[in-house]
Ligand binder design. Structure first.
Ligand code: A3P
Length: 341
């Protein structure tokens, strides 16, 4: 799928029968290929899409498009390019928002703001514009070999388990973390949305128990954040570390930093013309939420990616005791690191 073609983006929101069959066949094939390996891994009840399997210290889904099987396949086949850009996050840390910001910043000369109606982000969910490397296996027309540069991909994979080629290529990675209490609350609501059809809803206490044990897709939360944080300190020109909270506080400054980090700084003329503010507006919660409300990304309704979009909603959902426990775990795990603001 080429991001040049916005009509392709919008029509691909409607999953076709043969796409599903193709995806299911690929998943079965991968599950079959790695089934022996998987039997040796610790397993836990998950809170969103079925059980989770532990690999290299992190929890992964199985038999899913974003899964351990896909990661194994990526390890064997994926070739990164030096000018690729990777948007790395834990689920519910603002992935959708960051993908939109990176996509619109990098492509700002291709998609003019005076043609807002046809900008890909006014037509499609950001996940369609910046697919996950993991889901690319299942796209009917993968962007792996897309000639357009730079390619922008999302990933939830922990830093040390990324396909080696991503690190070796010297490409850039932008990571965004979010306060763990807001990640937990967001994950809990997302899990409700995903599970509501089966009626198998989760209680906040159960979600809390799992989260505080580190059990969430791509968790433990603290280890995921720490790995990317130390990578950003070791390789500051290759890994940029951001927080959701700082991005909310001053989104324009975040956009500016991202542009500079990627080597696409805003010119004085662009600044005078209000380019940064245009991106902030285009990628705002209110704006993205309105787009293709009936569409979905790999079966997950677009609306599930937009709930409150605020900092501190945990105060409305977690008990004092839960907060104290999470704060204590965070203090111990981060052990003086200046990560969260
Ligand atoms: P809440 O559930 O707290 O509202 P992800 O994209 O990683 O799945 O994260 C989803 C979270 O990001 C949700 O948080 C969602 O509302 C929030 N979000 C989505 N788009 C956003 C935007 N443009 N600005 C700020 N937050 C956004």
């Amino acid at each position: 799928m080429s991001i040049d073609d916005t009509s392709t983006l919008s029509s691909s929101n409607k999953p076709r029968e043969q796409d599903h069959e193709h995806e299911n066949a690929l998943i079965s094939n991968l599950v079959d290929r790695y089934k022996d390996k998987l039997t040796t891994f610790p397993i836990e009840k998950g809170c969103v899409f079925g059980s989770l399997y532990m690999y290299q210290g992190f929890w992964y889904l199985s038999q899913h498009k974003l899964s351990i099987e896909t990661l194994f396949a990526l390890h064997e086949t994926f070739i990164a390019r030096p000018n690729d850009v990777y948007v790395a996050t834990l689920p519910k840390s603002g992935t959708t928002w960051l993908k939109a910001i990176v996509f619109s910043t990098v492509n700002r000369s291709r998609y003019k703001y005076n043609c807002l109606a046809t900008h890909p982000l006014r037509v499609s969910n950001p996940h369609k514009c910046c697919p996950f490397i993991e889901t690319e296996f299942y796209e009917s027309a993968p962007t792996y070999n897309d000639t357009h540069s730079p390619r922008i991909f999302g990933t939830h994979t922990p830093y040390t388990s990324l396909p080696r080629s991503i690190i070796d290529s010297g490409c850039r990675i932008i990571y965004m973390c979010r306060n763990p209490k807001d990640v937990l609350v967001s994950l809990f609501h997302f899990s409700d949305k995903v599970r509501e059809q089966s009626g198998d809803l989760m209680k906040i206490n159960d979600a809390f128990e799992l989260f505080s044990k580190g059990v969430m897709p791509y968790g433990p939360y603290w280890d995921h954040v720490k790995e990317y944080n130390s990578a950003s300190l070791e390789r500051p020109t290759k890994v940029l570390f951001l927080t959701y909270e700082n991005m909310k506080k001053d989104t324009a400054n975040g956009v500016k930093r991202i542009a500079e980090f990627l080597g696409y700084p805003f010119t004085d003329e662009e600044v005078d013309q209000g380019s940064i503010e245009e991106i902030v507006k285009l990628c705002s919660f209110e704006s993205l939420k309105e787009v293709d409300q009936k569409g979905n990304y790999h079966g997950v309704p677009n609306g599930s990616y937009f709930r409150e979009g605020k900092v501190g909603d945990w105060t409305n959902h977690l008990t004092n005791e839960m907060c104290m426990i999470l704060d204590q775990i965070t203090k111990e795990k981060f052990n003086g690191l200046d990560i969260l603001c």
